[in-house]
Ligand binder design. Structure first.
Ligand code: NAD
Length: 256
């Protein structure tokens, strides 16, 4: 019960890594607010967690929308009175060669994957400062460190998240609010399953072979790192990025 009595918000919590983080937080004793744009799946997962004894709340949220994010924070405070943990996990995977990518795709990606982080932190931080306690975890990606063809916008947003994490850790350390990030390698989630549907499965096999451990990661391997960063065990860790990448970044550059 490493997160007993803590209140956590997880964005993009209806599937994949976000769902795994929310589930792990609940089993460590946290009260978890699951938010996602996919209301049906969100309600289904919250029902499932509640049936297993977790204290949870579902708040349908498009992180690309400021009013939705304000409502998410409002509902959390109304239900639980405080926010100890925020996990910025929601994101979309939009690829595209920079020379051909429509500006509208760039804007959509930046709004959902990056500006969302500005929105959630802006609304959450005052509550954490008031309590003089908080842990904010940004889910970045090894894309912030490595070159994959045609993922400039996605990688740009993930790299900016790292810079924000570092900058905010410096600014709000004295308020006992910690900012850290996790950079996963390729993880077996619906995001990759969706890509496999359109691109075929070959990229998944190639992806696995890029990791020193020669496999994809699991959502729970990312989730357990988030539990650690959220917990008091990580009380003196801020401004840090933890790669959960099976050694991907130790190997030579990936090529298509
Ligand atoms: N899967 C990987 O290989 C991998 C690798 C590195 C980083 N990541 C990062 O991990 C995080 C989770 O990825 P995943 O693979 O679990 O993704 P996923 O697509 O399986 O799940 C993402 C969730 O976010 C939700 N979502 C999408 N747009 C949203 C919006 N506008 N508002 C609220 N919710 C929204 C989706 O409905 C979905 O439930 C993302 O930040 C992703 O960039 C994933």
């Amino acid at each position: 019960m490493r997160l007993k009595n803590k209140v956590a918000i997880v964005t993009g919590a209806a599937n994949g890594i976000g769902l795994s983080i929310a589930t792990a937080f609940a089993s460590e004793g946290a009260m978890v607010v699951l938010s996602d744009i996919d209301e049906a799946k969100l309600n289904q997962e919250v029902k499932h967690l509640a049936a297993n004894g977790a204290k949870t709340l579902a708040v349908k949220t498009d992180v690309g929308n400021t009013e939705d994010v304000k409502n998410l924070v409002h509902q959390t405070i109304k239900a639980f009175g405080k926010i100890d943990i925020l996990v910025n996990n929601a994101a979309v995977a939009i690829g595209g060669n920079i020379m051909e990518m429509p500006e509208s795709d760039w804007d959509t990606l930046m709004n959902i994957n990056l500006k969302s982080v500005f929105r959630t932190i802006k609304e959450t931080l005052p509550h954490m400062i008031k309590e003089k306690s908080g842990s904010i975890i940004n889910i970045s990606s090894t894309q912030a460190f490595r070159s994959w063809h045609n993922w400039t916008a996605y990688a740009g947003a993930k790299g900016a998240m790292l810079a924000m994490t570092n900058q905010l850790a410096g600014q709000f350390g004295a308020s006992n609010v910690r900012f850290n990030s996790i950079s996963p390698g390729a993880i077996n989630t619906p995001m990759n399953a969706k890509r496999a549907e359109t691109e075929g499965t070959a990229f998944l096999e190639k992806s696995a072979s890029q990791h020193a451990m020669n496999r994809l990661g699991t959502p729970s391997e990312v989730a357990m790192t988030a539990v650690f960063l959220a917990s008091d065990e990580a009380g003196f860790i801020t401004g840090e990025d933890i790669k959960v990448d099976g050694g991907l970044c130790t190997l030579p550059r990936y090529t298509e």
